[in-house]
Design a protein around this ligand. Sequence first.
Ligand code: CMP
Length: 140
Amino acid sequence: AIERTLSIIKPDAVAKNVIGKITQRFEDAGLKVVAAKLVQLSALEAGQFYAVHKDRPFYKDLVNFMISGPVMIQALEGESAISKNRDLMGATDPKKAEPGTIRADFADSIDANAVHGSDAPETAAAEVAFFFPGLNVYSR
Ligand code: CMP
């Protein structure tokens, strides 16, 4: 089915100047950018976005990292967009990511791991809505 998923190119990858290279991988896999913005998140926004992790030991570091510089937030649309994007990203920990995946090629650590992608249909819908009001998503 055609799905939408939320992608965040994290501060480490934005700082490495690879927004284009990462977005090229999405496009080459048949995913379309249907919404996008470059923003520096507030602690409130990052904390709300990652609220599901609020009791995990890495939560505070995660929020601090995500607000450390601008991030490129995109909604991606296409066939099986959620799992396709996760395949493109590779494992959360870049040491475990398959060669040729975004995290294997661009991530430095499990914290500075280049990209975020929604993990399921329910979270994808909530995450896209969190950052993009419906009128700013351009299905095409
Ligand atoms: P992300 O897909 O953005 O979702 C939560 C983030 O927390 C994850 O990527 C990692 O960058 C970060 N993180 C740090 N430590 C861990 C961990 N032990 N397990 C999962 N995520 C972690």
